[in-house]
Each structure stands twice: as C-alpha cells, then as structure tokens.
Design a protein around this ligand. Structure first.
Ligand SMILES: C[S@@+](CC[C@H](N)C(=O)[O-])C[C@H]1O[C@@H](n2cnc3c(N)ncnc32)[C@H](O)[C@@H]1O
Length: 259
C-alpha cells in the first residue's frame, strides 16, 4: 500500500495559529519532514515515535538538496507511511511546495495540500497592520527579496512604486537597502513607512519602524534576526505597536548620501 503525503503549512511560529487539520495530521503522522522555519513548539506536537527528518535550508546553505527532499518524500510514501511535509507559513508561498507537489504527482503518490498562515498574515495580525485599508492601500503585493542563485532583482519597479500598494517583502534582509533605493528612484516617497518584524508570533518577536529613507540605518542599528519580514506602505503607519525609532533611524540615508 502506498502511503500519503500531506504538504502542511505550519504557520509563522505560534502553534495556536495551526489549522485544526494541520494539528490533527501532525499528531497522527508516521513521518515528519520539516523545514528550518518550523518552530520547536509545533514540532513537539509530533508523536514521539514518528520518524523525523530535518531538511532545513539557510541562505547559501542547503544541506539537503531539493531533489533529495523530493526523493525522500516519495520513498517514505512508498513504504506506506503517512508523511507530513511541514513548511513554515503556507507551503505554496515562497516555500517550493509547488515543486514537491509536482514530483509527487509525477510519481503517482497520493498527496494533499493543507494551507497555513503565511508570514505576511501572521505579521499583519501581530503588529496590527491591515495590509489593505480603505483610502490608504487598495492592493497588496508579495515579493521575494532574494532571487534564485542570487540573480539580480528584476521587478516591475514602476508598479511597485505605486503609493496605493502595500509591499510585503519575504527573504529581504540581504537586499532590503537595494529594494528601498529602487523604490525611491522609481518615485515612491522616501518617507513611506516600513515596518520590520523579526520572528513574528514567537516569544522573541521584535518590531521596528523606519521609512524607505531610513532603512539602511535601521538595518545597521537594530541587527534584525532572521526570519524577518518587511511591510512597506502607508498602512505600516497604522501599526498600533510601533517602537520609538532611535536617533539613528531619523537619518534619511539616501537623502544624506545625495548631499
Ligand atoms: C522561504 S520563505 C517561506 C515563507 C513561508 N512559506 C510563508 O508562507 O510564510 C522564508 C521567509 O518568510 C518570512 N518569515 C517566515 N516566518 C516568519 C516569521 N515568523 N517572522 C517574520 N518573517 C517570517 C521571512 O521573510 C523569511 O525569510
């Protein structure tokens, strides 16, 4: 008998943000294959005798290549196991869940996708920032701040500079300064608020507020710890819990550099 693979979203960290379905599957699986962003509190829910495989990736460090992860899922299912492939946030949002689903489909392995709360939604709720807000932001765009093989960021900068659009940047730590500079160069105001949230929904969550112009100083001054999400747009100013910016954050880096 072939088993079944569940591509499950673990949410941003807080186990209470799991769906009921994810919770049930994690508690009853035979094997669990998990990513770096899955929190300890979520992993603790797995049965003590479940086979556990840590296949977590870090920037520039993929100890278990994606092809091997795909093969592992197929081989566990061929042993007849109920396999939970657990990913941070939602499996289909910057999570390579689509690639794994295609592999399973090609191998004739039964599988199901169980959505999770993506980091953007977790951060928005934790920081009380509505990603859209009547009269402030009529659309929202999710971006990766890091392209495959460190390729150059090649975005529709003019579209992203639209002041009615909220931008949510995943994996942006390495390139956030360049992203902010491009947005300003394409017409977005350097005073546009930016909310930075690291380790959202976890006990060690931290939040900082800056602007497109002050982001370089903020990055230096605060030493954000990964994972970090950036929310760019006027809605970020609606956050009820903004931390008071330090003096360093008052400096508009790009304006100062141009002088
Ligand atoms: C490879 S992507 C995976 C995204 C995930 N599938 C999701 O839906 O949230 C990893 C990025 O998600 C963001 N992220 C995930 N969890 C986060 C958290 N708890 N707090 C802040 N950012 C988070 C960070 O930008 C991180 O670099």
């Amino acid at each position: 008998m072939v088993g079944r693979v569940y591509l499950v979203g673990a949410g941003p960290g807080d186990p209470e943000l799991l769906t009921l379905k994810a919770h049930r599957l994690i508690q009853s699986c035979d094997a669990i294959v998990y990513d770096r962003l899955v929190s300890e509190d979520v992993l603790k829910l797995a049965p003590f005798d479940a086979e556990c495989f840590d296949v977590g990736k870090r920037p520039h460090d993929h100890p278990v290549p994606q092809d091997d992860i795909n093969e592992l899922l197929v081989s566990l299912a061929l042993r007849g196991l109920s396999v939970v492939r657990l990913k941070g946030g939602d499996p289909l949002m910057f999570g390579r869940g689509g690639e794994e689903a295609l592999t399973l489909q090609a191998g004739g392995i039964p599988f199901e996708i169980v959505p999770g709360i993506t980091a953007a939604q977790g951060v928005a709720a934790a920081a009380m920032v509505p990603l859209t807000h009547r009269g402030v932001a009529s659309s929202v765009r999710y971006l990766t701040g890091h392209c495959r093989a460190d390729a150059e960021l090649d975005f529709d900068w003019d579209g992203l500079a639209d002041s009615d659009t909220t931008l949510v940047v995943y994996m942006g730590l390495a390139n956030i300064i360049e992203i902010c500079r491009e947005l300003i160069d394409h017409g977005r105001s350097s005073d546009t608020p930016v909310l930075v949230v690291s380790r959202a929904t976890r006990p060690e969550e931290r939040r900082f507020s800056a602007t497109l112009g002050t982001i370089p100083c903020a990055v230096k001054a605060t030493g954000f710890e990964s994972p970090v999400l950036f929310i760019i747009g006027e809605v970020a100013a609606l956050s009820k819990y903004q931390e008071i910016p330090t003096d360093a954050l008052q400096i508009n880096h790009f304006a100062a550099a141009a002088e």
